[in-house]
Design a protein around this ligand. Sequence first.
Ligand SMILES: [Zn+2]
Length: 291
Amino acid sequence: MSFSSSDLEAVKCLLCHADDAEPRFTKDGLQVVRCRRCHLLYVNPRLTAKALSRLYNNDEISPHSYYRETRLADQKTFSKRLDLLQQLLGNKKKIRILDIGCNIGTLLFEAEKRGWECHGIDINAQVKSFFKNSKVELRIGDVIKSSYLKNSFDLIIMNDLIEHIPNPQQLLLKVNALLKSDGLVFMVTPDGGSFMARILGKRWFHLKPREHLYYFSKTHLRRLFRDTGFMVTSFQHLGRYRSLDTLATKSASLFGPLSHFVHKVFRFLHLDRLVVPFNLYDEYAIIARKS
Ligand SMILES: [Zn+2]
């Protein structure tokens, strides 16, 4: 895929501001580089915020069709994560939650079942139709520019989000402002320093330079949170549930025809919808509090 020059912008390192990076991978017509000073992996040049917004709203990246297909597995993943967070939040009467990048709302509908007050925001206007008969308050747009009340949320969720955001520090500063003093942030993002990232290189599932602009390691994430007023209380490779269908599709880039064959077998045996726990230890789940 090629892009016009007006769709692209050159950037410096997000963390140390150096303009000194070496090329690592080229994929989907874009280049992932590594900062020679702090070793952050990032896309440069990358798609502009305007070009990205167009792709999200045309459903060309992070399409809602994908989240509809993974809904069953996601429900199980999110329900387990919410159990953990509910325990950590203690005896709050009514948890006020914001899911940033909520897409079709799978996590929020799980939270709604618990009687929580649910808010979601997403950049893709096409997701509106999924919220028609729910009590979830959905906004379309950029959370950084949003007008939510300060200090008003008990829990802010960012699943698979920060790697998509051109300016992660601004995002975390906004999240810090919106969170109550005793609130929690829960975030999941690919682990750029993971074994899978290192051995698979450009074939790593999370290496998607059109939409994933950054691949943070633990050191980078600690720094990001510290610089934006947070204390990280937990770093874990939590894993998630996946259907055999999704696993077969995702592994096609690695195993090609073998994956297609296995996929057909799963379908023949009606096992494709079967949901199993899955963990490649290449995604961080982070829980943080205001410091
Ligand atoms: Zn750097």
